[in-house]
Write a protein that binds this ligand. Structure first.
Ligand SMILES: CC(C)(COP(=O)(O)OP(=O)(O)OC[C@H]1O[C@@H](n2cnc3c(N)ncnc32)[C@H](O)[C@@H]1OP(=O)(O)O)[C@@H](O)C(=O)NCCC(=O)NCCS
Length: 167
């Protein structure tokens, strides 16, 4: 468990912990706040139940019943992993939670001796792109027109993080 104090006295403090089955309902609610086509509780339940899937959640310190600040869900098969989704509640964004969740994932994969971590991101998702680049992800592919946006279509960028590199 990693303690994660926020910047000022009025902010909530979070701890990063492994996801458990009972979190599915919270993930669905948080996903609906952050994505246009959210996954429902059953879909999260099914994913968390898979042997290859793992993830982390940001829980409010001392108040486990409070809505989580964010979560990340990933899949590891043999030595290659992928980020399935990562989301931070709008009220808790830009305070380091996304970075802390991704960092927990990288540490987990490093301990599991994984070689590569992949993800796909919308080319117009500036916050996510900035976060991933900061964490050492490099673009390795592009799927034009993959996402539907309000004013047309945008590409999905495939990004890769070499887990063998010195951190
Ligand atoms: C992407 C997301 C998870 C980032 O979470 P977050 O907790 O706000 O990110 P952090 O505070 O940890 O930011 C870490 C770094 O990412 C970058 N970043 C995050 N938000 C940013 C923004 N709005 N604009 C520019 N850079 C941003 C910065 O480099 C930041 O470091 P800094 O604050 O020291 O400059 C969050 O914006 C989110 O949930 N978005 C909606 C869901 C989504 O798009 N998920 C990714 C799908 S691929």
């Amino acid at each position: 468990m990693m303690g994660f104090p926020m910047g000022n006295m009025r902010s909530r403090a979070f701890v990063i912990e492994p996801l458990v089955n009972a979190d599915a309902i919270h993930l669905a609610k948080l996903h609906a706040l952050t994505f246009g086509q959210p996954w429902n509780e059953d879909e999260f339940q099914a994913l968390i139940g898979q042997d290859t899937v793992f993830g982390f959640i940001a829980r409010e310190e001392g108040n486990r019943a409070a809505p989580p600040g964010g979560f990340v869900l990933a899949r590891l098969v043999v030595d290659e992993a992928e980020i399935l989704t990562v989301a931070v509640a709008p009220v808790s964004q830009r305070r380091g939670l996304g970075h802390a969740l991704m960092d927990a994932t990288l540490r987990h994969l490093h301990n599991a001796r994984a070689e590569m971590l992949f993800l796909e991101v919308d080319e117009i998702n500036t916050p996510a792109l900035a976060l991933y680049r900061r964490l050492g992800f490099k673009q390795v592919g592009k799927r034009p027109g993959y996402y539907q946006t309000a004013d047309g279509r945008s590409a999905a960028l495939t990004m890769r993080r070499d887990l063998k590199q010195v951190r």
